[in-house]
Design a protein around this ligand. Structure first.
Ligand SMILES: *Cc1c(COP(=O)(O)O)cnc(C)c1O
Length: 373
């Protein structure tokens, strides 16, 4: 029987994964993760698999601590913040952040930049907060970042740093004088950030951190145990999790393990600064081609374009069938746009290599050369 060589098979049949999430991770992380599950040379954890060890074992506690430590180091998290890996995805985060950040006004301002912000607003209302939409780009199907808004007696302002579906991204932080809460699910670790500008950051792991299952929280210690909505159900109370070093109950062991491996890899390959450089290169290459190519048009306002999720459409819809065949034949997957925007979306999370973007821009050029009318 032919022996399976994952490295070789991978190069031969390389699939370029532009999917919006769960996302691509570095190949080496996949290899290390599989070894953690099954190691032909014997289990790494005293002869056991990561999937069967106790979450209270020394081996797992040190994985959790390394993962939290890497988040601190890579994002330069100040000492007065706590890093947690919880469950429930960013979707439970919508509720958790509202419950924990509720203050004297029980009133929060939301910058509505798309589907995820809209969902966050809905959960904050469930938490009992008065929700003020302080700015919105819904008038133009969320294709830009609204920049002007007024703040009045709010407990906090909530923003979504990158709009995974509509392809827009904050390139400058809004100026606010109340605590700032940010859903960073789809651009965390993609560029340098100043954590001290935020009071609470949360992100589902599955876009840039690791496999689905874990949700990262970075919370200023002052915000723990300060809610005006007490008591908060235990699992939703960040102070409970902080008091237990992120081990209040069984954590998402595998997702935390692979997130740790991925962050280790990020650190070893130049950390966030290097990643940001590569992400800038990927984004400028693809946007330059979209702007140059007569058969394509970007959908997001230029100054607000996302470097993670690039949304574009064909200028001539009748060429759809031809174009869809071309990219499918090039082993590209996940390029179809979200149903609320249509067209195409190229998600270029950290692990997507520049080479994959080059494959995409090459077939775009070829397509134009052959089918330009
Ligand atoms: C993917 C995504 C979510 C949803 O995350 P879940 O972990 O599936 O709940 C929320 N916000 C943003 C910005 C996202 O990209």
């Amino acid at each position: 029987m032919k022996k399976f060589d994952p490295k070789k098979e991978f190069i031969m049949s390389k699939t370029h994964n532009f999917g919006a999430g769960p996302c691509i991770l570095p190949q080496i992380v996949f290899e290390q993760a599989s070894k953690g599950v099954f190691d032909p040379d014997g289990g790494q954890f005293n002869g056991l698999s990561i999937l069967e060890i106790s979450h209270r074992s020394e081996a797992f506690v040190s994985i959790m601590e390394e993962a939290r430590g890497l988040v601190r180091e890579l994002l330069e998290v100040p000492d007065n913040y706590t890093v947690l890996f919880l469950q429930g995805g960013a979707s439970l985060g919508f509720l958790i952040n509202a419950m924990n950040m509720a203050g004297a006004h029980r009133k929060a301002g939301y910058i509505n930049t798309g589907a995820w912000s809209t969902k966050a607003m809905k959960e904050a209302k469930v938490a009992g907060l008065e929700v003020i939409e302080i700015a919105s780009s819904s008038d133009q199907n969320f294709n830009y970042i609204p920049k002007d808004f007024e703040v009045e007696e709010l407990d906090f302002i909530h923003m979504t740093s990158n709009n995974t579906i509509f392809g827009t991204q904050f390139h400058d932080l809004p100026k606010v004088n109340v605590p700032l809460v940010c859903d960073m699910s789809s651009d965390i670790f993609s560029k340098k950030i100043d954590v001290s500008k935020f009071d609470l950051i949360y992100a589902g792991a599955q876009k840039n951190v690791g496999p689905a299952g874990a949700t990262l929280y970075i919370v200023k210690n002052d915000c723990l145990n300060q809610s005006s909505l007490k008591p908060i159900p235990s699992y939703l109370d960040l102070n409970v999790h902080a008091g237990k070093d992120s081990m209040f109950n069984t954590p998402p062991v595998f997702s935390v393990y692979v997130s740790m491996l991925n962050l280790r890899h990020l650190k070893a390959t130049g950390a966030v600064a290097e990643m940001e450089k590569v992400n800038n290169m990927k984004a400028s290459e693809l946007y330059a081609e979209i702007d140059r190519n007569s058969l394509f048009k970007g959908t997001a306002a230029k100054e607000d374009r996302s470097k993670m999720n690039v949304t574009f459409v064909l200028t001539d819809e009748s060429k759809k069938e031809v174009w869809d065949k071309i990219w499918n034949d090039a082993n590209i997957v996940g390029l179809k746009g979200h149903r609320s925007v249509g067209g195409y979306r190229a998600s270029m999370y950290n692990a997507l290599e520049l080479e994959s973007v080059e494959v995409l821009t090459k077939i775009m050029r070829d397509f134009e050369a052959q089918y330009q009318s």
